[in-house]
Design a protein around this ligand. Structure first.
Ligand code: NAI
Length: 275
């Protein structure tokens, strides 16, 4: 269902790799709500991805950019304003990657070159995106910038590895940059902390199947899907959330405030009595 919530708004969407990507679903929803945007991803990801299909479907252009390269980001911001015909109203940062996770390096045995690269891609890139937009004065007043996070920024999930630290950094950048963006340009900055979701990045986490099933059983409303996240992001881009800023917003079916659910307790007791 469409409410034209983003009619006349222009944006940039990072991170649509394939149709499972949260950014992909978001692009589809933003398009339905009347927003126009540029799609971007790392040049290497576009060779493996199906982003052309999404671009066609949403009438969008694609500009490759490695989110760790300030030069690429400057080019992206400049070209996006040309293509879209004006300043930007919304930006989705939907980027995450840990080489330690990919290579199976344990949290207590990190390769720090991998760690640095992962931090640059997953967290510092959010600062780089915002600094580029800020310096180019590319955002319209009452614009909205959203980054995607996970609750391992606050609580321990052992197999989330160094991504937990990257998410804590990402959320901090949202607050710190959000202050200056709010004061100087009337732009809001938030992170949405999403349930585990079956995507390329998500499924890379060790034991993901158990992880997602556990979260689902713990949450009174069940796990939030990628579509739920897309809808929440649309709301955050719309004028209905004009003074929501510096927040980390949970989109997780209630998981973050749970201690234990009856279903999880029953499963635990059943496994204990079996032994
Ligand atoms: P995904 O794998 O579809 O998206 C990750 C994207 O990051 C890909 O499009 C990839 O090409 C892009 N990327 C990687 N390196 C890049 C670089 N140097 N420059 C530009 N883009 C780069 O997976 P998903 O799940 O849609 O991830 C989106 C965001 O949601 C990430 O921040 C992730 O951490 C976050 N998130 C995911 C959850 C999950 O369980 N899937 C849960 C909570 C948050």
């Amino acid at each position: 269902m469409s409410y034209n919530l983003l009619k006349g708004k222009r944006g940039i969407i990072f991170g649509a790799l394939d149709e499972n990507s949260i950014a992909w679903k978001t692009a589809e929803r933003v398009h339905e709500e009347g927003g126009t945007f540029v799609l971007t991803n790392a040049p290497v990801a576009m060779r493996m991805g199906q982003i052309n299909e999404l671009a066609e479907k949403t009438g969008s252009q694609i500009i490759p950019a490695d989110a760790t390269s300030v030069e690429d980001l400057q080019n992206l911001v400049e070209k996006s304003m040309e293509i879209l015909g004006g300043k930007i109203d919304f930006v989705l940062h939907s980027i995450g990657m840990s080489i330690n996770v990919r290579k199976g390096k344990h949290y207590t045995d990190q390769n720090y070159e991998f760690t640095k690269k992962g931090t640059d891609v997953s967290a510092m890139s959010f600062h780089k995106v915002m600094q580029t937009l800020y310096k180019a004065d590319a955002m319209n007043e009452w614009g909205s910038i959203v980054g995607l996070s996970y609750m391992a920024a606050q609580r321990v999930f052992p197999d989330y590895n160094d991504m937990a630290d990257n998410k804590a950094y990402l959320e901090s950048v949202a607050r710190s940059f959000g202050y200056f963006f709010g004061k100087d340009k009337k732009v809001r900055v938030n992170t949405i902390s999403q349930s585990p979701t079956p995507t390329t990045a998500g499924s890379g986490v060790k034991g993901f199947d158990g992880f997602i099933a556990y979260a689902d059983k713990m949450s009174p409303l069940g796990n939030a899907t990628a579509e739920d996240c897309a809808n929440y992001t649309v709301a955050m881009f719309s004028d209905l959330t004009k003074r929501v800023t510096l927040q980390n917003l949970y989109n997780d079916g209630g998981f973050s405030n749970m201690g234990v659910s009856n279903e999880v307790m029953e499963a635990f007791v059943a496994s204990e009595t079996k032994e």
